[in-house]
Design a protein around this ligand. Sequence first.
Ligand code: NAP
Length: 283
Amino acid sequence: MGELVYGSELSKELRAEMKLTVDQYRQKGMRIPCLAVILVGDNPASLSYVRGKEKAVASIGMESRFFHLPEDASQEDVEKVIAQCNEDDTIDAVLLQLPLPAGLDETHALNTIDPDKDADGLHVINVGRLYSGQKGFVPCTPAGIMELLKKMNCSISGKRAVVIGRSRLVGAPVARLLQDAGATVTVCHSKTQNLRDICKEADILVAAIGRPNFIDSSYVKEGAYVIDVGINRLDNGKLVGDVLTEDVLPHVTAITPVPKGVGPMTICMLVRNTLYAYEERQS
Ligand code: NAP
């Protein structure tokens, strides 16, 4: 039987370490790190994500500042708030909660964030840094996935990895991180033929599809490490991942559950990126 590896537990350990660091800064009389969170509109899911992020930041003694714009805010309104955060020396990192309401240009807005305050690592300069092996901000969900694989004691180098999904938020950057760590990586998507056969060869399988319980044991190699990124709400209100956990669990070495798997690690990596931004700015 495989091991269920909980991001909720790992994130607690990592946040406790980061809290010690922040406490030391406070004891030395230094300013504490601060994350600005920008939300446009009142999407209930986004509001709940934003609250979770603010809570995580507060839990380690950091500051957060919330900028809430109305649903009908213009591109200029959003970018004005971003510019204000960029110029404010007491703000270390800026998060623009996605998705933006229809009609707004996400990519343009993300690229107006100061790349050295880019908490989500989605600015084109940080994407470039990631793909050229330079130090920078790594998107939070992929960074969390790498921490989970470490927790699973999965030595990545030399392994076959399959990532299902090629989004800029998850699939593409995690594929790059796995490749940098020495895996041979295949990226699959909605046009991929013979998906099951490809997945069956994976020592490491990352499912970032957004389809409830899509991956069952027929897709999984015996002894694989499986990361379930998907968050899907069923009609009965239950949250499930992209992987049918109970079917897959007996066949794997380790797997992350949904909920309490990748989700808490994403928030934890946002906190880590904020601390990183602060430390880079201090130095
Ligand atoms: P996305 O932008 O919608 O990307 C989904 C990817 O899955 C696309 O590349 C798509 O292929 C591929 N896909 C869709 N149907 C497929 C199929 N039948 N076979 C193979 N590939 C298929 O979503 P995302 O932002 O990457 O997120 C993916 C999932 O992770 C969602 O459930 C999201 O809620 C969840 N998520 C969780 C966290 C977390 O913290 N836990 C963070 C971010 C996202 P094409 O490119 O060809 O369309």
